[in-house]
Design a protein around this ligand. Structure first.
Ligand code: GDP
Length: 322
């Protein structure tokens, strides 16, 4: 038997637990049963191309890779770029502002600036693709803390990892989306600081190997500090996302929800989605960090804050924010 749902989830927080489904034996992999959704293939193919306008916008925003450039922006623009959640909060009435947990992780600009050093490639801080693995026992055995990124195909995972590594332009974020291509876990070494793992996208060709790989990794990787679960802010939590969320909960993983592509929606739509997801996190999860991380890999909104959070939870930045 591969996976037994525990009746209680370890690492319980102070929030109310949802009703316990009771012990359920899963004869096959958790993902294997639930995530083979062929319809996503079409979506992946049609959305794969970046429209020309998006590329132009991306070039225009490329100066915001480095925090020194961000600090030169007018205050309002800078806040919007660095703290997108705060910008959304401004649209709420004072009473409902508490609905968004904007300041649970609330580093200073100085801390964010310090965290950039962790992500900046230099001769003393080598940031590089390390290796790929299809099985946990093929994964590099590194003592440094690890963070992993999971999300359904097309959620914007490769784009986000590229954005996080934009201060290390030599890093090649490998994308294998061709049907039939073996999906792998890709390991990136960030100097002596931590390892970042790009997990294969789910919901699109999830062969047995893939299931073995993801489940085993999440359950058994000892130095895994945090799992970053990506949700597309345009469409909100989809069925495949809920399955991944359930999996994180059942494995009692500490995880963080990152909302991608926030540049794509109107403010109103984005706020609606963010509030809905926040409500879900507050009511239905235990292992999920209560503060959401909205990001755009095109405008770089939220990227600097996310870098700072990663530097912090991997023990590479001491702030008062957590
Ligand atoms: P993955 O399958 O999760 O690795 O997704 P990709 O990073 O390849 O992104 C899927 C599609 O969404 C691509 O067409 C990207 O250009 C687009 N995309 C990714 N991130 C963003 C974003 O932040 N904003 C916008 N507008 N498009 C994005």
């Amino acid at each position: 038997m591969r996976l037994q749902f525990p009746s209680g989830v370890a690492g319980a927080g102070s929030r109310t637990r949802r009703p316990d489904p009771g012990p359920v034996a899963q004869p096959r992999g958790f993902l294997e049963k639930k995530m083979a959704i062929p319809r996503l293939r079409h979506a992946v193919r049609t959305l794969f191309e970046v429209p020309a306008a998006l590329q132009r916008l991306s070039r225009a925003c490329s100066t915001f890779h480095a925090f020194t450039d961000v600090l030169r922006l007018p205050k309002r623009q800078m806040t919007k770029l660095v703290f997108p959640l705060r910008e959304l909060e401004r649209q709420l009435t004072p009473d409902s502002r508490l609905d968004l947990h904007v300041k649970i992780f609330d580093p200073s600009l100085e801390d964010i600036s310090k965290a950039e050093a962790v992500f900046t490639a230099t001769s003393r801080n080598r940031i590089s693709y390390l290796s790929s693995a299809v099985r946990l026992d093929h994964a590099p055995d590194l003592p440094s803390p690890e963070v992993c990124f999971i999300g359904r195909s097309n959620v914007g995972k490769s784009s986000l990892i590229k954005a996080l590594f934009s201060l290390a332009p030599e890093v090649e974020v490998r994308v294998s989306k061709k049907p039939g291509h073996t999906k792998k876990m890709n390991f990136f070494k960030v100097g002596k600081y931590f390892t970042l793992v790009d997990m294969p996208g789910y919901g699109y060709r999830a062969p047995e190997d893939f299931v073995d790989m993801v489940e085993t990794y999440l359950k058994e990787r000892r130095n895994l500090m945090r799992t970053f679960l990506l949700v597309d802010s345009v469409v909100g939590i989809q069925k495949t996302d809920s399955i991944a969320i359930e999996m994180c909960e059942e494995f009692a993983l500490p995880y963080v929800m990152v909302l991608t592509k926030i540049d794509k929606s109107s403010k109103g739509h984005l706020l609606k989605q963010v509030l809905q997801i926040q409500k879900f996190v507050d009511r239905e999860t235990q292992g999920c960090f209560p503060q959401l991380f909205p990001v755009s890999s095109v405008t770089y909104s939220g990227i600097h804050l996310l870098r700072c959070f990663i530097a912090n939870i991997t023990g590479n930045l001491k702030t008062d924010g957590l």
